[in-house]
Design a protein around this ligand. Structure first.
Ligand SMILES: [Cu+2]
Length: 357
């Protein structure tokens, strides 16, 4: 007799679709994906939490610039919050092109190879737009793009300073100058990624993937090494310097808050999400339980990062009863890392073509 071991949390109720590396898409597939991206940017989807990409940027910025603490990055929320945004981005694309998915960029392998006229395009620093290819004219010089109603609608009234103090809103910022010489090439290696696969707690895992100066305390000193800088190194690599007025500023994704305005953000973060899924398969799903679907998420995180603390701004996309992410929520309960883990970590509707460890 053969015993099939089925993890208790996996509920195979949703059709599983595939997330692929950008370079493994056919020309037609990437063209369709890009067309959906333009539509998601320029049009509006009715009855969807994020009617366009700009609103994802706005939510991300508002969470980042929360007056208590950066709720998007500097704590354990970093993983589930970005996974939710990646899934929301994907749902937006799928509205316009049902076969779309969140494609990823494996930047540990010849990272420059995607900034070509066939794929993500070359970038015009002075104009702030993508010059050629299917994404031609997509603006990545972003500040003007977010200073609109869609953006401000997410931001609490008392939160008037929306940006890091060194990068005030409405300054002209240039978005992407990939492969700057002051960065490693590749920005992070497959070995560094693999090291994250060897972590045995959720805390060590997210700390390994994420790194900025301010997170050092919450990640503790053992993570002050190159292995812990992966996410930020890649942002810096593809953004290079940002120009703010007359000066050059080196910053995360050019800006930690508004980085989703460059579509490469979603490919980078889908890759990060791929690590989470790989870790789930390798370790986490063994650790995940009904009571703790995040598999060891540490409650002792900075303010705003508790596993049962609602994301802020509040958002409702997860239907906790079915463990599904729906376009406009279903249960009326603000989402938390806990329910996102239940939907995406224990019950993802997608899988990847390859896993890094
Ligand atoms: Cu972010």
């Amino acid at each position: 007799m053969i015993l099939l071991l089925v993890p208790a949390l996996v509920q195979p109720t949703i059709a599983i679709f595939l997330r692929k590396e950008i370079r493994s898409l056919s020309t037609d597939e990437f063209y369709e994906w890009s067309t959906a991206l333009h539509k998601f940017r320029d049009d509006k989807i009715p009855d969807f939490t994020f009617p366009n990409i700009q609103t994802i940027t706005a939510f991300h910025a508002a969470a980042t610039l929360n007056e208590t603490y950066d709720q998007a990055h500097q704590g354990a929320n970093f993983i589930p919050l970005h996974a939710l945004l990646i899934r929301a981005f994907e749902m937006g694309l799928q509205y316009w092109y049902p076969n779309a998915s969140s494609i990823y960029w494996d930047w540990s392998n010849d990272p420059s190879a995607i900034f070509t006229p066939e794929l993500m395009g070359e970038y015009d620093e002075s104009a702030g737009v993508i010059l050629n290819g299917p994404l031609a004219n997509y603006p990545v010089g972003y500040v003007a793009e977010v200073a609109n109603e869609d953006f401000l609608g997410w931001v609490p009234e008392n939160q008037t300073v929306l940006r890091h103090e060194s990068l005030p809103l409405n300054k002209e910022i240039v978005g992407r100058v990939a492969n700057q010489t002051m960065y490693y090439d590749p920005p992070a290696t497959a070995e560094m990624v693999e090291a994250c696969g060897n972590t045995t707690s959720f805390r060590d895992f997210w700390c390994c993937v994420f790194y900025v100066e301010d997170a050092r305390d919450s990640c503790n000193s053992t993570n002050d090494s190159s292995e812990s800088r992966i996410h930020g190194l890649v942002h810096g690599w593809y953004s290079g310097y940002a120009t703010v007025g007359d000066s050059l500023v080196r910053f995360d994704g050019a800006d930690l808050a508004t980085s989703p305005n460059d579509p490469i953000f979603f490919l980078h973060h889908t890759n990060i999400e791929r690590f989470w899924q790989a870790w789930a398969v390798k370790t986490g799903r063994f650790m995940a339980t009904i009571a703790d679907p995040c598999g060891g998420y540490d409650e002792e995180t900075p303010a705003g990062h508790g596993i049962r603390e609602p994301f802020y701004p509040k958002i409702d996309m997860v239907d906790a009863a079915t463990n599904e992410i729906l376009p406009d929520g279903a249960d009326g309960i603000p989402d938390t890392p806990y329910v996102v883990c239940g939907a995406l970590y224990a019950n993802p509707p997608y899988e990847y073509d390859t896993y890094p460890f």
